[in-house]
Design a binder for this molecule. Structure first.
Ligand code: RIB
Ligand code: CA
Length: 317
């Protein structure tokens, strides 16, 4: 069973990813990063998710701002708190530390072969890799949700996690780690719609009810902001790529991050040209650095996620 560290910025899809990781993997620890909402809010949301789904894992708060860019959040989609929609219980515990980056360094140095699953901006991961260049080769891999080989969401070409901290994403993609990418071109194959909401709500229990209300709020906001009552359940895809690799097909490609473009900053440039010089070099000899997730077995992924929520949603929480 894969032993997993999740770095997140809950958000409803982060919450589902945490439940999925706890159910199908060995969730070793959780770190949080400012993203969907400010650090204090996403840290509370991660703790609430653990409380609602009986996930007995420490949560360590990490970076509250990107490496160089100003902080950027998504209140128009996730609400100011990041968990808009349901009424939420009082927190029963706080974060184990506010040293999420040190926690990542110490934990990855203490155990070889962990999977690191970043599902928010990559700031914590970049800071850890910069401070401890030995980390990438100690990991089994980095399976991140971010970027896109096609369209963006928060700009025409940039996906939110990479857009918030493009410099951090560039550090991670150049780290030499085994990297798996769950970009929007993959995660939009995991459709969020009112049908998924109904299936989650049918599960029952406090946890499932909270998730269904978070997703309804997300759909309401997306419909209002983008005129489309539909989205992708993004973050669980990065977890399933580790716990159920048969669910996602990957291809080794060259991926770079645009840092300076007026209209394209934060874009992940995924080289999908057919030619390649060798198994490890792309069309122009560039080293291939990312296993790009391109096809999702949606039916299986959807069942796995619903089963994980059902297994851990408790009426008494
Ligand atoms: O663009 C989707 C990503 O941004 C997801 O991780 C979601 O939680 C938000 O962080
Ligand atoms: Ca996220």
């Amino acid at each position: 069973m894969a032993r997993i560290l999740v770095d997140c910025d809950p958000g409803h899809d982060d919450a589902v990813a945490l439940v999925t990781a706890a159910h199908y993997g060995e969730l070793v620890g959780i770190t949080t990063v400012g993203g969907n909402a400010p650090l204090a809010d996403v840290t509370s949301n991660a703790l609430l998710t653990c409380q609602l789904f009986d996930i007995q894992v420490d949560v360590h708060a990490g970076a509250d701002r990107p490496l160089v860019a100003p902080p950027r959040h998504a209140p128009e989609i996730h609400g100011v708190s990041g968990f808009a929609g349901p009424s939420l219980p009082a927190l029963e515990r706080g974060p184990a530390s506010s040293d999420g980056v040190d926690y990542l360094i110490d934990t990855i140095r203490s155990e070889e072969g962990l999977w690191l699953v970043p599902i928010g901006p990559l700031t914590n991961v970049a800071l850890a890799f910069r401070q401890a260049p030995d980390l990438p080769r100690r990991l089994a891999g980095v399976s991140f949700m971010g970027g896109s080989a096609t369209i963006g969401n928060h700009t025409p070409v940039a996906e939110f996690n990479v857009l918030v901290d493009p410099e951090a994403a560039a550090v991670v993609l150049a780290s030499g780690a085994h990297i798996q990418m769950a970009g929007l071109d993959l995660t939009h194959q995991f459709v969020i719609d009112d049908g998924l909401v109904a299936d989650i709500a049918t599960i029952g229990g406090t946890g499932a009810t909270v998730i269904s209300e978070l997703v309804v709020s997300y759909l309401d906001q997306v419909e209002q902001v983008r005129g489309l009552r539909k989205g992708g359940l993004h973050d669980p895809c990065a977890v399933l790529a580790v716990t159920h690799p048969e669910v996602i097909r990957h291809r080794l490609r060259r991926v770079d991050v645009e840092l300076t473009g007026t209209f394209t900053r934060g874009m992940t440039v995924v080289d999908r040209r057919p030619g390649r010089v060798s198994d490890t070099e792309g069309a122009d000899g560039q080293p291939l650095n990312v296993h790009h997730g391109h096809t999702l077995d949606h039916e299986t992924a959807r069942r796995l996620v619903l089963d994980a929520i059902a297994a851990r949603s408790r009426a008494d929480r």
